[in-house]
Structures are given as structure tokens and as C-alpha cells.
Design a protein around this ligand. Structure first.
Ligand code: AMP
Ligand code: MG
Length: 288
């Protein structure tokens, strides 16, 4: 059975996307067993979330990147469903608005950082700005001075990778932990899922012809993912490359990664000082 550490990439060697499977090959017969492990993870996540919130010291940001139909929404729904919605802050990164485009690309990630003590959930993230923006050459159209744009594509994105590494180091040094998940889907499985969207009335709303256009650019996207992950994984802010062809396995591994980050935070309920306990006890007679 595949383990979380098999999915980890922390930047300490050269990154080769092809080394990471899209299908973990877990037998169907094991599905219930895997789902039971995930249920146990979710219970523990909820306990840790409560302490994280009570303490308010550290924030956790879960980021999900993937090709269409890789299971971003399903992962969010199934993995996060046992948590307390009160301390979860979710944001979906869509095509940038006029307001967002008028700012630096990291601005919207900043605007949607969770408070410390909370869990932030980024459905897509600032990584779109080195993925779709690269594949479609959108950066050529930015309204920015020549010194920011007049360079080779390679140099432009090398700069952005460094900016992202600096941004994420800054977050880590200021009380955040990132869980960076890439749901690694095969193009064959994506096709099956697109067909299921067409064939199932309840899924029709998810079908988008635009997704097929992106799918046609599969090799360009895989090159962009490979370069991005290779350049932005660090010991403190690693990537997890999660095999996504089997949904139950992907969800379990995502829960493992989130649980690990919460355990690394090592949250505890705040303990009162002797004076604070005495002050609390002094209130007891008012309740009798
Ligand atoms: P969805 O997640 O299916 O709702 O689609 C959101 C779309 O917004 C995707 O096609 C993303 O690639 C696109 N998107 C997200 N961020 C950016 C960005 N910074 N620039 C351009 N397109 C983006
Ligand atoms: Mg889409």
C-alpha cells in the first residue's frame, strides 16, 4: 500500500514527474480498509483542529492543484467534511478579476490567508500564475513596465518560482504551514471522467468544453507542473504528488498529508496560569 512519504518531494533531489504514479494500484478489495483509515484520520484531524483554533498560534493552508476532473472538489468534500466549518476559510482561485489583475499576483493569496488558528483551503492557488499563465502565455498581456516583461519565458518564470519560494518561506516563518497537494491524474482517467460528466445528468453541470481545450495542452501542462514542483518544493514547504486515478486512495493520502501538518503544529489547549485559575474560580459563586 502506497504511503504518504512515497508522494513527498522536498526539493532535495531532481524532480521527475514520471517517477510518480498516477495510479497507486491499490486493489479494489482494500477500499473499505482504506476508507476506515481515512475515517480515523478525519477524527484525529477534528481533534487537532479544535486545539489549533483554541491556541490560535499557527495556521494551516491546504492548497490543491491539478488538471480538470482530477478530484479537487471531491477531495475537499470528503476529506474536510468532518471538520468544524467555523475555523475553515475557503477560497477558489478563478480567473483573476479586474481588481486582482490590477495587483501583484501574490496579492490575492495574501488577501485570503486564514487567520492563525484556522485552516485555509485554497482550491487552486497562486500556482495558477506559473501554470495556466505559462501555458497560455498570459503574462505577455500584463499591464506592467517593460523591465518586468522584456525577458525570456524561462527567466520570467524562474523569477516567479523564486518569488513563490520567498513568499512561502515568509509564511512558514510567520506561523503558517502549507500543505501543497498535486493530484496527479492520467489523461486516460481524465477522459473517462469527462465522459461520466456527459453521461450522468447530476454531473452534466460540471462538463465544460473549455476543459477539453486545456486537456489538449496536456504535455505543456505536465512540463509546467514538473518545472514548478521541482523549483518550489523545500524542506519546510514540500509538495505531495498524489496518485489521483483512484479517488479513494487520493482522498486517503490527502487526509494523511493534512493530518501530518496538523500533527507538526503540535497544538494543545491553552493552559491557564495559577492566577488565571484563581480568577476563574473566584467567578464560581456567581453561578450558584
Ligand atoms: P474552475 O476551477 O474549474 O472553476 O476554473 C477556474 C479557472 O480559472 C481555471 O481554468 C483556472 O486555470 C483559471 N485560473 C485560475 N487562476 C488563474 C490565473 N491567475 N490566471 C488565469 N486563469 C486562472
Ligand atoms: Mg474547470
Amino acid at each position: 500500500m502506497i504511503k504518504l512519504k512515497d508522494c513527498l518531494y522536498d526539493g532535495s533531489s531532481k524532480f521527475k514527474l514520471l517517477k510518480y504514479p498516477t495510479n497507486a494500484g491499490v486493489e479494489k478489495a482494500k477500499r473499505e480498509e482504506v476508507e476506515a483509515l481515512m475515517a480515523a484520520n478525519k477524527e484525529r484531524m477534528a481533534q487537532l483542529q479544535d486545539m489549533l483554533y483554541a491556541q490560535g498560534k499557527e495556521g494551516v493552508i491546504v492548497m490543491i492543484q491539478a488538471m480538470d476532473a482530477a478530484g479537487k472538489d471531491g477531495t475537499i468534500k470528503h476529506v474536510m467534511s468532518g471538520l468544524n466549518p467555523q475555523s475553515i476559510e475557503t477560497y477558489s482561485f478563478k480567473q483573476p478579476s479586474k481588481e486582482e489583475l490590477a495587483h501583484d499576483y501574490l496579492w490575492r493569496a495574501y488577501c485570503h490567508l486564514p487567520k492563525r488558528g484556522n485552516i485555509g483551503l485554497f482550491n487552486r492557488s497562486h500556482y495558477e500564475d506559473v501554470l495556466v499563465v505559462r501555458v497560455h502565455g498570459l503574462w505577455h498581456g500584463y499591464n506592467m513596465p517593460a523591465r518586468c516583461l522584456e525577458m525570456d519565458e524561462k527567466d520570467f518564470f524562474a523569477q516567479r518560482y523564486q518569488q513563490i519560494v520567498n513568499f512561502e518561506d515568509h509564511l512558514f516563518q510567520n506561523g503558517y504551514r502549507l500543505v501543497k497537494l498535486f493530484l496527479n491524474l492520467s489523461p486516460e482517467e481524465q477522459k473517462k471522467r469527462f465522459l461520466a460528466r456527459m453521461d450522468t445528468p447530476e454531473k452534466n453541470w460540471k462538463f465544460s468544453a473549455g476543459d477539453l481545450d486545456e486537456s489538449d495542452l496536456w504535455p505543456q501542462y505536465m512540463d509546467a507542473f514538473e518545472e514548478t514542483i521541482g523549483a518550489t518544493a523545500t524542506k519546510d514547504n514540500p509538495w505531495y504528488v498524489i496518485p489521483a486515478d483512484q479517488k479513494f486512495v487520493a482522498r486517503y493520502l490527502a487526509s494523511e498529508a493534512i493530518l501530518k501538518a496538523l500533527e507538526d503544529c503540535d497544538p494543545h489547549y491553552p493552559e491557564l496560569s495559577e492566577d488565571e485559575i484563581a480568577a476563574m474560580e473566584a467567578c464560581r459563586p456567581r453561578l450558584s
